[in-house]
Write a protein that binds this ligand. Structure first.
Ligand SMILES: [Cu+2]
Length: 396
């Protein structure tokens, strides 16, 4: 059947080619020269360029009017205004260059159509012209780059010491926000400490002990399996490798334990972990640090004009000061359900689209009240909540 369809398509195609040939041949017999286009027709088509050009500009203006309102609202952070100015400056240059080149394009196409007895000028070289069209774009680009770089330097200057410290932790597929707590210090963390009750791998004297006994249990179990495994087989090799890996992990944790004996890891005790939404006070600098558990994600907070990649194995940073509260922005946008968002802006896997958190910007008092209600990492409520979440996950 497929073969027949392909054959049919090929035959129809061949028939069409033959038809075109017949028309060409009959034209030649009648004495029409197909290569010569009628002059009046040519002039008419040249004037159509102007109509097309006008329609083209009208379409672009319509696009701006129609889709302008769905762009982001005004920047809700201090540095956001700077980013918007850089953006507006770039757009102004783009629009100017676009308008000039396209007006010329349509004008020239309509003016210099083919005419009998009209000949184009023959110019081989023009130094002045070369100089102008090389140096002018170079100067414009230099201005754009210097302006952009100086703005970026201002934005990424040193984190202010009076700011609050928040970590945004990404994994497939959700975010966790971690607040530094009363000591204003985010506790140390390491991937070897991650287990079901410590999803961010925070290091405390307790998590050190828990992980040591967990890994020791795992090693004991693997060693039991190894004794039962047939000698010199693949299974034996695999188990030996696994045991070696677990021992390496254990050694890393034991190194933390030795450090802990000199100076206990206590900074994570008062850290607060929140999901779904996190709050920040208006007018106060927020120093973010970002970590990732698995792949590269990107923390994108469009309303604050902020984005930073989260990279496994390293800590990235960004800081900004929110200037408009959620309530004020709801009034400004006329949308009573408006929320600031943290989104993942790197395609990181199947549920990437679902990776988001609401950000609430509010007064210092409201923020303090909210933060006081959040439980700390070591509190039993958190442990209970964590167990509940894990149980739910296991059921799903
Ligand atoms: Cu992601």
């Amino acid at each position: 059947m497929t073969f027949l369809i392909i054959l049919l398509v090929l035959l129809v195609f061949a028939a069409l080619i033959q038809l075109v040939r017949v028309f060409e041949l009959t034209g030649k017999l009648k004495g029409n020269n197909q290569d010569r286009i009628d002059f009046k027709e040519n002039r008419f088509r040249a004037k159509l360029w102007l109509v097309f050009g006008a329609g083209y500009f009208a379409f672009i203006i319509w696009l701006i009017v129609k889709y302008g309102p769905v762009m982001l609202p005004e920047a809700a952070s201090e540095h956001g205004a700077t980013i918007d100015s850089v953006m507006a400056f770039n757009w102004a240059i783009l629009f100017l260059a676009f308008a000039i080149t396209h007006v010329l394009l349509f004008y020239f196409a309509s003016k210099y159509y083919w005419m009998p007895n009209r000949k184009a000028d023959y110019i081989t070289h023009n130094n002045k012209l070369e100089l102008v069209w090389t140096s002018f774009p170079a100067i414009v680009l230099a201005v754009i780059i210097i302006y952009g770089l100086s703005a970026w330097n201002d934005i990424t200057d040193e984190a202010p010491s009076n700011g609050i410290n928040i970590e945004l932790y990404s994994k497939q597929f959700d975010w966790t926000a971690r607040y530094a707590g009363s000591d204003s210090t985010l506790g140390a963390a390491n991937i070897n400490f991650i287990n079901t009750s410590n999803p961010l791998g925070l290091i405390t004297p307790e998590t050190i002990e828990t992980r040591i006994s967990e890994i020791e249990d795992e090693i004991t179990k693997l060693e039991g399996d190894l004794e039962e495994a047939p000698e010199d087989g693949l299974k034996e090799e695999e188990l030996t490798e696994k045991i070696a890996r677990k021992n390496r992990q254990l050694n890393k944790i034991l190194a933390y334990k030795r450090k802990n004996e000199v100076e206990p890891y206590r900074s994570a005790d008062d850290d607060k972990l929140v999901k779904v939404e996190f709050h920040v006070p208006v007018g106060v600098p927020v120093n973010f640090q970002f970590r990732s558990q698995d792949v590269i994600h990107s923390a994108y907070m469009p309303h604050f004009r902020a984005q930073m990649n989260t990279v496994p194995g390293t800590i990235t940073e960004f800081h900004f000061t929110p200037t408009i509260t959620t309530a004020e922005m709801r009034q400004k946008t006329g949308n009573s359900e408006f929320n600031y968002l943290l989104l993942c802006n790197k395609i990181c896997g199947a549920a990437h689209y679902n990776m988001q958190m609401n950000i609430i910007v509010e007064s210092q008092e409201a923020y303090d009240k909210w933060l006081a209600e959040q439980s700390t990492f070591t509190s039993s409520e958190t442990a209970e909540l964590r167990n509940q979440i894990n149980e739910q996950l296991a059921q799903n």
